[in-house]
Design a protein around this ligand. Structure first.
Ligand code: HEC
Length: 469
């Protein structure tokens, strides 16, 4: 299967190298007279590639000024006028939709992610608050991540389909030629060469960006998983992975966003606004500029002969079940990713976070108000606020429900206890069942917990009307 997936053709088809191109030109010359300028460009390529020195270029002055020449030549003028109206399809509608989904989810991820990373800057904080708080931001971030995972699974299937069923060459992989192009473009930019490199279907700039995107998505997915599911991760791998993943996730995010802003925006929007990813097509002029080698192949009509429908169907019968299984496996992986654990790290509401740092509460000194040891024989009458509970609460609850008022609740005075906190009165005299204090303490999980005996006394006290004196 794996070997079948790899077509044997890509190198030949992909590399418009010297002998190949020359063959193509000869072939097309026989059939229909193509324009001269175009032909002149082709033989130029191998020479330039082999000896990218200045003397070469000077020897062939017309050749290097291909574009102007194309327009000047009377024959090619007719030819290109006709072609110029025609558009060259670059991206199908599904590919364009895919790109838009990716673009949107990437942008949202970058925006919501970096604002979390830089939450201590005023801009980051303003964005977080604008989005409705950290929890909401995190939710949006997670949702976009899920969208990106789904679209990535689609993309994997798409690539496999093209390569296996349609036998499209691996035109996104870098070849030696791409490195030559880099050197040629550097020479061109330094003024040692008269024309830019002769790009094929994808230039090295596009390939580099695509591969960076694939790599980035893998890294972000893996480190994202670790941060999203730290407990599961720690079960399988050493715990240090978790902060490491966080660092990598943040750094790669900056890298990715910068790559988009600098590399992508420059190559696609600034240098020349390339709309083909949105409208799907390129004009001949654009093709001449951006993908001359591909254009030459297209013009010579030697790209690829169509595959017989029966063969397509045969391959589809292999491909679709495989893709189905693959999608189910990956889809299951994504669902696990999203749901395997409910991460323990949820944010504590504002007020409480503040409370931890705000005025240092004096450590309660047991000597100042010793809690009377619960005495079963003690008459109920002594169980009043003044007689017992003020001291009890001061000792057990004052750290959080004293001056700092965690949850809005102060248990310092009888009045403040009756008044209660964010959820309303802490105690309702005569009704222990509905008293929030009793409810909270009955769960047994409160950060400051009364013993069962103490709680019993509190309940009895409330039941008897919660007398103050
Ligand atoms: C270590 C800190 C801490 C201590 C000590 C503590 N609490 Fe709390 N308490 C909290 C926090 C945090 C909340 C808010 C919980 C929430 O809203 O989910 C809370 C909320 C409450 C509330 C509800 C307030 C409201 O209106 O929402 C009551 C009642 C309460 N505590 C009673 C007590 C009692 C009684 C004690 C002592 C026995 C006590 N707490 C000790 C941290 C503490």
């Amino acid at each position: 299967m794996a070997e079948q997936n790899l077509p044997d053709t890509p190198q030949d088809q992909n590399l418009p190298d010297a002998p190949k191109d020359q063959n193509l030109v000869e072939a097309s010359q026989d059939q229909n007279q193509p324009d001269i300028a175009q032909d002149q460009i082709l033989p130029d390529v191998p020479q330039d590639q082999n000896q990218p020195d200045i003397v070469q270029d000077q020897n062939l002055p017309d050749v290097s000024q291909d574009e102007e020449k194309t327009l000047e030549s009377p024959i090619s003028e007719v030819h290109s006028e006709a072609e110029k109206k025609g558009k060259y399809l670059r991206f199908s509608i599904p590919q364009r939709i895919e790109h838009i989904i990716f673009l949107v989810s990437f942008s949202i991820l970058g925006f919501t992610g970096l604002s979390q990373k830089f939450a201590d800057s005023s801009l980051g904080l303003a964005i977080l608050n604008g989005l409705g708080g950290i929890e909401r931001t995190r939710l949006i971030h997670h949702f976009s991540a899920a969208v990106m995972m789904v679209i990535s699974i689609y993309h994997v299937n798409e690539v496999l389909y093209k390569v296996y069923v349609e036998r499209t060459p691996w035109s996104m992989l870098p070849f030696i030629q791409d490195f030559q192009h880099v050197i040629q473009d550097i020479l061109y930019n330094l003024g040692f060469r008269k024309r830019r490199a002769y790009y094929g279907r994808y230039s090295y700039a596009e390939k580099a960006e695509y591969l960076a995107l694939v790599w980035g998505t893998v890294i972000m997915g893996l480190t994202g998983f670790v941060m999203w599911n730290p407990i599961t991760t720690a079960r399988l791998l050493p715990g240090q992975i978790i902060p490491a993943a966080k660092a990598a996730h943040g750094a790669e995010a900056i890298l990715a966003v910068l790559a988009i802003i600098l590399w992508h925006f420059y190559h696609v929007h600034l240098k020349h606004f390339n709309k083909s990813m949105f409208i799907g097509t390129m004009t001949k002029e654009e093709m001449e500029h951006e993908h001359p080698a591909e254009l030459a192949e297209l013009e010579a009509e030697v790209t690829r002969e169509p595959i017989a429908p029966s063969l397509i169907r045969k391959r589809q019968r292999v491909f679709f079940p495989f893709a189905g299984v693959l999608t189910i496996v990956l889809g299951f992986g994504v669902i696990r990713f999203l749901t395997v654990e409910k991460t323990a790290i949820t944010t504590i509401p504002q007020g409480e976070t503040a409370a931890v740092y705000v005025p240092v509460t004096p450590t309660p000194r047991p000597t100042s108000a010793p809690t009377p040891t619960p005495n079963p024989n003690q008459p109920i009458g002594e169980d009043t606020w003044d007689g017992n509970f003020q001291a009890l609460f001061r000792n057990r609850c004052d750290t959080c429900h004293g001056a700092t008022k965690v949850g809005g609740l102060s248990l310092e005075t009888y009045q403040s206890t009756l008044q209660g906190g964010n959820s309303g009165p802490a105690i309702i005299p005569g009704d222990p069942d509905n008293s929030i204090l009793v409810q909270m303490q009955s769960t047994g999980k409160h950060p400051g917990q009364l013993t069962l005996d103490e709680l019993d006394r509190v309940i009895n006290w409330i039941a008897s009307g919660a007398p103050e004196k």
